[in-house]
Design a protein around this ligand. Structure first.
Ligand SMILES: [Zn+2]
Length: 172
């Protein structure tokens, strides 16, 4: 049984509510998940119409992650509200970030990947856990030195790092 697989065809038109409690198990099931652990409550309201489903998500919780500078673990709090429109049409098309079309012959849809994306988008590109109230950097300097050396070695080995680095510096 996959609770994220919503069998909408058997539901009446109108609003339906779903609650999901997301833990490490959820992230383990996602291929290439950047997130390993967390505790997130997802409230999903589905408004079912004749030709579309309107999904509203209210997502609250904490993601276990690590400081980008010194790798210390911490919980990153998230809260987001998201909307997704699923139209029933002739063939599967992604119209935009929040509008997709699925064939009207489908009877169910899995919301798992959508929820994962909503959650993972909440994580900032650069995560630091070690600032105090005055924004002083409290990272462990020894660990940072070690990580920087390791990263340098990795970069020398792997050309993808150079491409990634360019991407990051272009964004600044
Ligand atoms: Zn740190």
């Amino acid at each position: 049984m996959d609770e994220f697989n919503i069998k909408f065809a058997g539901l009446k038109n109108g609003k339906h509510e779903f609650d999901f409690a997301i833990t490490n198990k959820f992230f383990e099931d996602i291929d290439y998940s950047e997130i390993r652990d967390g505790n997130v409550a997802v409230k999903m309201e589905m408004d079912k119409g004749e030709t579309m489903l309107v999904l509203q998500f209210d997502i609250t919780g904490g993601i276990e992650t690590t400081c980008d500078r010194c790798a210390v673990g911490f919980t990153y709090p998230i809260h987001t509200e998201q909307k997704l429109i699923i139209k029933l049409g002739n063939e599967a098309v992604e119209e935009s970030d929040d509008v997709i079309v699925i064939p009207r012959t489908e009877h169910s849809i899995s919301v798992k990947q959508f929820i994962y994306e909503f959650i993972s988008l909440q994580l900032p590109v650069r995560k630091t856990a070690c600032n105090d109230e005055e924004n002083n950097d409290l990272c462990d300097k020894d660990v940072i030195g070690k990580i920087e050396r390791e990263n340098k070695e990795k970069k020398e080995m792997d050309p993808r790092w150079a491409a990634l680095e360019k991407l990051v510096s272009d964004k600044k």
